[in-house]
Write a protein that binds this ligand. Structure first.
Ligand code: TMP
Length: 305
C-alpha cells in the first residue's frame, strides 16, 4: 500500500516469481504525494491433480504482465523456504508416518508462512498474487479426503491466514481418471497423487460444493477444455478485477472465518466466448455491469455473473 510496505522478497524461493510489468516497467511504489496504491488482486487456482493449474498460472501471469501489471506467481505448499521444506516433508514418500492431523497442520503451517512472508506484503505493495493452491486444497484434501471435517480444517486455516481469502478462485474441474491420464509420464506420483480415485472424487466434489456455495468468488471451468480457451476466460475475469477497487484485506489477526459447505453441486461454466460474462452461471444473465464498476466494499467480486 505504501513505499514502506515490507519487501515481498521474491528471491526467498525460486517458486515465487516476481514479474515487473512488461509494458510500463513502472515501479509499484507510489510517487511522493501520489494517491495511495490500491492493494493487489489475490488469485488462487484450485483443482484436482492433473487439472493443468500450473500452465494456467503461467498464462495468466503472462497476460497480466503484458497488460502492465506487476505479478507474483507462487504455489502451495511452498512459496517460502520453510514452506518448501514442509512441502518435501508432507508430499514425499518416506519412512516417516504423516497421520492426517499432522498433515493438515503441516499444510496450514506452510500456508501461514506463505501469507505472512509473501502474500500479504505483495498485495499491500499493489502487486497481483497468483497462487497455485490455497486454503480450499486443505479443506478438500484434508477436510474431506482425509475425513478430518471441512469446518475444522477451514477453522485452522482461517487462523493460519488471518482470514485472508482470494478475490477470485479459479477451479479447474477435472475427473480423477482424466487427471491421472494427464499426469502420466510426468514425475513419479507424490503421497497425495498416489491415493485411489475414490479419494480424488471426494476432493473434486468438495471443490465443486464450495464453488456453488460462493459463486461470486469462484470461476469454475472444465479443465479438459482447450488450454487457450481456459486462459482467455481466466484473463478476462481477472483483468476486470484488477481494474476496479477492492475490499480492504482482513487484518492478520482476523482468523475466525466461518465456512459452510453446502450440498449444492456447482455447475461448470459453459465456456462462452470471452467477454460474454466470464463467471456466467446457469440462470444468470451475461453481460452485467463489469466488476470494475461495482461497489466491492460489500464483498469480493470475482466476475460478472
Ligand atoms: P501440486 O503442487 O502438484 O498441486 O501438489 C500439491 C499436492 O498437495 C496436491 O496433491 C494437493 C496436496 N495438497 C493438500 O493435500 N493440501 C493442501 O493444503 C495443499 C496446498 C496441497
Amino acid at each position: 500500500m505504501s513505499s514502506t510496505a515490507p519487501d515481498p522478497r521474491p528471491d526467498l524461493d525460486p517458486t515465487a516469481v516476481d514479474r515487473a510489468p512488461r509494458e510500463t516497467g513502472a515501479d509499484t511504489a507510489p510517487a511522493e504525494g501520489a494517491a495511495p496504491l490500491q492493494r493487489g488482486v489475490f488469485v488462487a487456482f484450485e483443482g484436482g491433480d492433473g487439472a493443468g493449474k500450473s500452465t494456467q498460472v503461467r498464462l495468466l501471469a503472462d497476460r497480466l504482465t503484458d497488460a502492465g501489471h506487476a505479478v507474483l506467481t507462487t504455489r502451495e505448499p511452498g512459496g517460502t523456504p520453510v514452506g518448501e521444506r514442509l512441502r518435501d516433508l508432507v508430499l514425499e514418500h518416506g519412512d516417516a508416518v504423516v497421520d492426517a492431523r499432522t498433515e493438515a497442520l503441516i499444510f496450514a503451517a506452510a500456508r501461514a508462512a506463505h501469507v505472512e512472508q509473501v502474500i500479504r506484503p505483495t498485495l499491500a505493495a499493489g502487486r497481483t498474487v497468483i497462487t497455485d493452491r490455497f486454503v480450499d486444497s486443505s479443506i478438500a484434501y484434508q477436510g474431506a479426503g482425509r475425513g478430518l471435517g471441512t469446518d475444522d480444517v477451514a477453522g485452522i486455516n482461517a487462523w493460519a491466514t488471518g482470514g485472508l481469502q482470494p478475490d477470485v478462485t479459479v477451479l479447474l474441474d477435472v475427473d480423477p481418471a482424466a487427471g491421472r491420464d494427464r499426469r502420466a509420464g510426468r514425475a513419479p506420483e507424490d503421497r497425495m497423487e498416489s491415493e485411489p480415485d475414490a479419494f480424488h472424487t471426494v476432493i473434486r466434489q468438495t471443490f465443486l460444493h464450495r464453488a456453488a456455495a460462493d459463486p461470486d468468488r469462484y470461476l469454475v471451468l472444465d479443465a479438459t477444455a482447450p488450454v487457450t480457451a481456459i486462459a482467455e476466460h481466466v484473463a478476462d475475469a481477472v483483468l476486470r478485477l484488477v481494474a476496479g477497487p477492492l475490499p480492504v484485506l482482513p487484518s492478520a489477526d482476523e482468523g475466525t472465518v466461518e465456512v459452510t459447505v453446502t450440498g449444492r453441486d456447482a455447475e461448470l461454466v459453459d465456456l462462452p466466448e470471452p467477454g460474454d460474462g466470464l463467471g456466467d452461471q446457469p440462470g444468470t444473465e451475461s453481460g452485467d455491469a463489469p466488476a470494475a464498476g461495482r461497489d466491492r466494499e460489500s464483498g469480493p467480486v470475482a466476475a460478472d455473473r
